[in-house]
Design a protein around this ligand. Structure first.
Ligand code: IMP
Length: 428
């Protein structure tokens, strides 16, 4: 018997409500796996009017009988992880069994320092607007092959050797390039061993656990962080994160072959947001953007930054369908559009005098793209109590139908509020 394996990933620039979708689906899963990113993520889950924001923990962590896995593709900030675990313990929560891959790379203090210093040194045009969580510098070390992995924290001899070599390079960068203070080796070494002590019982062969769960016939959910348009390869480079949130990233970041994935589900908001810099063709700068931000509560779950807001961009959604091989869409926050007279949706771009309906691979070209909109009537009523597609007002159904027609894939779940129960399920 084989369980069902689903990848749940973001379609836009993050903050689509992936945590909420994973939380709903986790009730039927045996395991939930994070495969990339780190504490830059902020996945919000609301259960019985209590709000939880997960940065590193998989969004299935509130189900005590489940397995939660932090895969090799994640960059792990031990302090952020322990803070999350302690916060949940203080709230008296029983948690899922947690396994951290030996091979996950550790976000060290110098990564966070360099992330912030590098960002501060960039010109206005080059600024990425990172979360400052050390993500880019940690992944850079991984590929430079000078990173510290979770397994190293429980092996003092290996750690001493690796850390002394790497810290030399980092201290040169800190002092000679940025004029900052050097970090003390002994202090950092002692601190790292302490992290290792606490991490030791959680470490395991994450891929084997996932394989076991699938073989046991349990459903496994792979929870993407960030999103398609922030993907290091497929996103709006260089205004991207440093990992692979796209479907392929789940395979490398968890250690599972593509043939074992059953479905790929793309989570998209009924409108669109972005935090940080970079092109965003449907961004609304005026009152309308403000209204979306207010009604949608669009402030970063990790940094508190106000999110840039605009209409849903179906050209971008269609791009995500293609690069991820999406089987279905989970459409979130449809209720945020309840009061609008008119709902606009981008169906093409105008660039250099020509109209095109595919997403340009060049970020420069995207920056010059003007959205071509289709206007649909609003439904002007509260949909938060609807629990089936048929209960939605006709205009809301038309909006969903339009998205399905444009993308050629079904909308399998619709979010109409923040709670677990505020969900219309249509085959997911
Ligand atoms: P980094 O991942 O901190 O390096 O940030 C790179 C870019 O990704 C910035 O524009 C961030 O605002 C954005 N970003 C990173 N994580 C998230 C997220 O979880 N949601 C939305 N945007 C994110």
């Amino acid at each position: 018997m084989k369980g069902r394996t689903d990848i749940v990933l973001g379609v836009q620039w993050g903050d689509e409500g992936k945590g909420r979708v994973v939380d709903v689906l986790a009730s039927e899963a045996g395991a939930v796996v994070r495969y990339q990113g780190g504490a830059n993520a902020g996945h919000t889950v609301v259960v019985e009017n209590e709000k939880y924001v997960f940065h590193l923990l998989p969004s299935g962590i509130l189900y005590p009988e489940k397995l939660c896995v932090i895969g090799n593709g994640v960059v792990l900030d031990p302090e952020a992880l322990f803070e999350e675990l302690d916060g949940l313990a203080a709230r008296g929560k029983k948690l899922a069994r947690l396994i951290v891959s030996h091979a996950a790379h550790i976000v060290m203090p110098y990564h966070k320092m360099i992330d912030r210093l590098a960002e501060g040194a960039r010109s206005d045009a080059a600024r990425i607007g990172t979360t400052g969580r050390g993500i880019g510098p940690c992944y850079a070390d991984k590929y430079e092959r000078i990173g510290i992995r979770a397994e190293d924290l429980v092996n003092p001899d290996v750690l001493r050797d690796k850390l002394s070599r790497t810290l030399k390079i980092k201290n040169d960068i800190l002092t000679k390039i940025y004029g900052a203070e050097a970090l003390d080796f002994d202090e950092l070494f002692a601190q790292s061993l302490k992290w290792g002590e606490r991490l030791a019982p959680l470490l395991g062969d994450a891929f084997l656990e996932i394989d076991g769960a699938i073989r046991d016939g349990r459903n496994v959910l792979f929870e993407g962080a960030q999103a398609t348009l922030l993907d290091i390869d497929h996103g709006t480079y260089p205004f991207v994160t440093s990992s692979s949130p796209c479907a392929g990233g789940a395979c490398t970041g968890a250690g599972i072959g593509p043939s074992r994935i059953d479905r790929v589900i793309g989570v998209t908001k009924a409108y669109c947001t972005r935090v940080g810099e970079g092109p965003f063709p449907t961004e609304e700068h005026g009152e309308l953007g403000e209204e979306l931000r207010r009604k949608g509560g669009e402030f970063g779950a990790t940094t508190g930054r106000p999110r840039r807001c605009g209409w849903c961009d179906l050209v971008a959604v269609d791009y995500a369908v293609k690069v991820n091989g999406l089987d279905g869409i989970a459409l979130t926050k449809l209720d945020v559009l309840d009061d609008f007279d008119e709902i606009k949706v981008c169906v093409a771009y105008e660039t250099g005098g020509a109209v095109r309906n595919h997403f340009p691979s060049s970020c420069v070209e995207l920056a010059g793209a003007k959205p071509v909109y289709k206007s649909l009537p609003g439904w002007k009523c509260n949909i938060s109590k609807c629990r089936s597609f048929e209960e939605l007002p006709p205009a809301a159904r038309d909006y969903v139908n339009f998205i399905e027609e444009y993308t050629g894939i079904p909308v399998l779940l619709i979010g109409v509020g923040v709670g677990r129960e505020d969900t219309i399920r249509r085959g997911l």
